[in-house]
Design a protein around this ligand. Structure first.
Ligand code: LMR
Length: 404
């Protein structure tokens, strides 16, 4: 029956993380997977989340099935976090939000929804993008292409080339864009660039699909939601409010990786559309996994909804963001001291967890084999895996492989 089943080639990120766990070398450094580690190299349990969890456990409440679309208080809190409380799109009830199994689960539900209701639409992802984007949308039966994004020569955004390509797309093409903290490059659009891009998307009748997995890791909660809020305020070609999709995650921002806690929101032109869209998202969920898990969403809803927990979380998130920025500076200084002729300024201008180092796969292999420093083979480095104990060793190892 299964003789013909082919072996799994492995996942470029998760399989590497498994290899790291098996590596017996002391002093090994994991800069592969997108996980925030604290300065002691541990995945933090945020105090705000721990306090929320104590409340949940103390209630000792039953664990019924959640509604297909998830818990109402979780969905409301997510909407306020994304759009800002009281946003016109929320007051007008034109946002259909479901609680999802991580933002990956949300991305896939959205992909299935598009495949069903916008059949024939092609999906365009940035070059490069998170390794799993293409795979997910292709898995939903959609054709996936890429638009120019990262300029390897300058380490910056190829904004003109990006816009030129988007200009040529067929109406109703889906354009997947990282709302902030681009994974894998760390290169983001500026506000001015979003303000140029959004009218282009509207005029060409394209469907923006935002991936917002790192809200708060770039410049702040509201700052990192700029694209969401600007799109929600925009008008489409027909003069009606613009439609778009956004998948967001609490894996990183609340350090809730294994709880698989995220959401998918589809912003519609009006409330009537949103009712139907929500219904079809529910149908998609019911046919896949029926309803989301309960625990993580309870923690998120409590942290976002209770002022004291919310304030504590915002401080903890800011501390994670600042620590990442501090590590960027140390890595930059270490490399600059070793190789003064080379420009490593991109470590300082890139935002969020990741930086594209420009290291080629052979150099990444050398880092892993000779120095036990793990990066994704694309050259992506997870800055959030650096700490005061390993950042210098990382910089020196990188300098050694860059030197040939
Ligand atoms: C990453 O990019 O490393 C993370 O988002 C984890 C994952 O699922 O790939």
């Amino acid at each position: 029956m299964f003789e013909h089943v082919e072996p799994f080639a492995g996942d470029p990120i998760l399989s590497l993380n498994e290899d790291f766990q098996k590596d017996p070398r002391p002093g090994k450094i994991n800069l592969s997977i997108g996980i925030y580690f604290d300065d002691a190299g541990k995945i933090p349990v945020l105090d705000s989340v721990r306090r929320a969890e104590q409340q949940v456990v103390a209630r000792n409440a039953p664990k019924p099935y959640l509604p297909i679309e998830g818990a109402a208080n979780f969905r409301e809190q997510v909407q306020a976090l994304l759009f800002g409380a009281g946003h016109e799109a929320l007051a007008g009830k034109r946002v259909a939000t479901i609680q999802s199994v991580g933002s990956s689960g949300g991305l896939k539900v959205g992909a299935d929804f598009i495949a069903r209701w916008l059949p024939g639409s092609e999906v365009w992802v940035s070059d490069p993008s998170w390794e799993n984007h293409r795979s997910m949308f292709e898995g939903a039966g959609l054709a996936v292409h890429s638009y120019p994004y990262y300029d390897a020569a300058t380490g910056a955004l190829s904004f003109d080339a990006m816009c030129a390509t988007l200009h040529t797309l067929r109406a109703r093409s889906v354009v997947l864009i990282h709302a902030c903290c681009h994974n894998p490059t760390g290169v983001d659009l500026t506000r001015a660039q979003w303000d140029t891009l959004i009218p282009l998307l509207a005029e060409r009748d394209l469907l923006p699909y935002l991936d917002l997995a790192y809200q708060g890791f770039g410049d702040g909660i509201a700052e990192d939601a700029y694209a969401v809020r600007a799109l929600a305020a925009a008008r489409g070609k027909d003069g009606r409010p613009m439609s778009f999709v956004v998948a967001n995650s609490f894996s990183k921002s609340m350090s809730l990786y294994g709880e698989r806690c995220g959401a998918l929101s589809v912003v519609c032109a009006d409330a009537k559309e949103a009712v139907n869209v929500l219904g079809q998202l529910k149908f998609t969920v019911r046919r896949n996994y029926s309803s989301p898990p309960i625990h993580g969403g309870q923690l998120v809803a409590a942290v976002l909804g209770e002022p004291a927990l919310r304030a504590a979380w915002e401080e903890e998130l800011a501390a994670m963001r600042e620590r990442i920025k501090a590590m960027r500076k140390v890595l930059h200084a270490t490399l600059k001291a070793k190789m003064p002729a080379r420009d490593f300024g991109y470590f300082l201008s890139q935002r969020g967890m990741f930086s594209y180092t420009g290291l080629n796969p052979q150099q990444v292999d050398r880092l892993r084999e000779e120095f036990a420093v793990y990066l994704v083979r694309s050259g992506r480095l997870c800055i959030a895996g650096l700490n005061t104990g390993n950042v210098e060793a990382t910089g020196l190892a990188m300098a050694a492989v860059l030197d040939g």
